[in-house]
Design a protein around this ligand. Structure first.
Ligand SMILES: *Cc1c(COP(=O)(O)O)cnc(C)c1O
Length: 235
């Protein structure tokens, strides 16, 4: 199947899942996880209607951006971000999904202030409590939101999670429900700089389940672009 055919199928499933949860297809943003796909393949997906690209690595993003890969689409950053690389992204991407520490919030804010802009971010939540994963622990979220309110240059737009790897989509439901609960509970409190607009969860294997749990951003790679071929040793 071509990228365009895959994309059409994913969009159809998103539309169905959105309707089933009482929303419109346009209420869910599809972010194509474009890692390991070159500029030509990214352009092909955008030409076929992909509205937004999400990259994981700063270097790869900068190279593909220089090649004009993202023209005609929004650009988000969805991978783990080292503080010293925030400067490359601020103002270039419209949303950073994966903000996982107060230090990173401060650095993004500092870079944004330098450029005279406000950077939209999501806070990443480690819903599975995995030691190997980044993200705030659920109980750390209120303090993180409080802090975010004091940092100029950033605006928190919602939450993001990457749940533990599961065999079946329904095994992820507890993690998706936890993110939804955090989104609701913390959205009711009024923090400065915080607008609980987006819940970013769901990947190729489980985006329909995530939408059923309230996701309004899904990040889909394999189902659009096919299996990624990782160089040996990079797994
Ligand atoms: C790669 C990636 C995805 C997409 O994963 P697929 O299973 O290929 O759909 C989503 N989110 C993040 C953070 C990723 O790195």
């Amino acid at each position: 199947m071509s990228i365009a055919e895959n994309l059409a199928l994913v969009q159809e499933k998103i539309a169905r899942a959105a309707k089933a949860s009482g929303r419109e297809p346009g209420d869910v943003l599809l972010v194509g996880a474009t890692k390991m796909n070159d500029a030509a393949r990214v352009k092909e997906a955008i030409a076929a209607g992909l509205p937004c690209c999400g990259e994981n690595r700063v270097q790869e993003l900068l190279e593909k951006n220089a090649a004009g890969a993202y023209e005609g689409a929004q650009l988000h950053f969805i991978g783990t971000l080292q503080k010293n690389k925030a400067k490359y992204l601020v103002g270039l991407v419209s949303l950073i999904h994966s903000v996982d520490s107060e230090a990173l919030m401060r650095e993004i804010g500092r870079q944004a202030e330098k450029r005279g802009l406000t950077q939209d971010i999501l806070l990443e939540i480690n819903t599975g409590g995995e030691v190997s994963k980044s993200g705030f622990r659920p109980e750390e979220l209120p303090a993180a939101l409080e802090k975010a309110g004091e940092i100029p240059g950033i605006r928190v737009r919602g939450l993001m999670t990457v749940p533990p790897i599961c065999r079946a989509p329904e095994e992820n439901l507890p993690y998706f429900r936890l993110l939804r609960q955090l989104f609701i509970d913390n959205g009711e409190k009024k923090y400065d700089n915080v607008h609980m607009d987006f819940m970013s969860m769901g990947m190729s294997g489980d985006y329909e389940a995530a939408i059923a749990c309230g996701a309004n951003i899904v990040r889909v790679g394999t189902a659009i672009f096919g299996q990624r071929i990782y160089p040996a040793g990079k797994g």
